[in-house]
Design a protein around this ligand. Structure first.
Ligand SMILES: [Zn+2]
Length: 97
């Protein structure tokens, strides 16, 4: 079996996997998989804040950025940000500073 490190989205540590070069059999090593899952969960807990989308004029919508978020991202107001929509469940605001 060949050892291969796999990077999983949102997890810091790579997950160790074992692959058979002959038949393509593939399995994840249990302890590193558990570690990656714990990291993903921790990230979600830290970053997830429940908020309401507010109605502005003329069909436009808005969202408040609370003080703690602004402080941790070093936002003062007036910055230009990039908004992307990777899928129907995510709105990503990227700050370029
Ligand atoms: Zn095999």
């Amino acid at each position: 079996m060949k050892q291969v490190k796999v990077k999983i989205q949102d997890a810091e540590s790579p997950v160790m996997s074992y692959q058979c070069p002959k038949c393509g059999y593939f399995e994840f090593e249990d302890s590193s998989m558990k570690k990656a899952i714990a990291e993903i969960k921790a990230k979600e807990e830290i970053l997830q804040i429940r908020q309401k989308i507010i109605k502005l004029s003329q069909d436009r919508l808005g969202m408040y950025i609370n003080r703690d978020v602004a402080r941790s991202l070093n936002l003062k107001g007036g910055e230009e940000v990039f908004v992307s929509v990777p899928d129907k469940n995510h709105l990503v605001v990227s700050i370029n500073n």
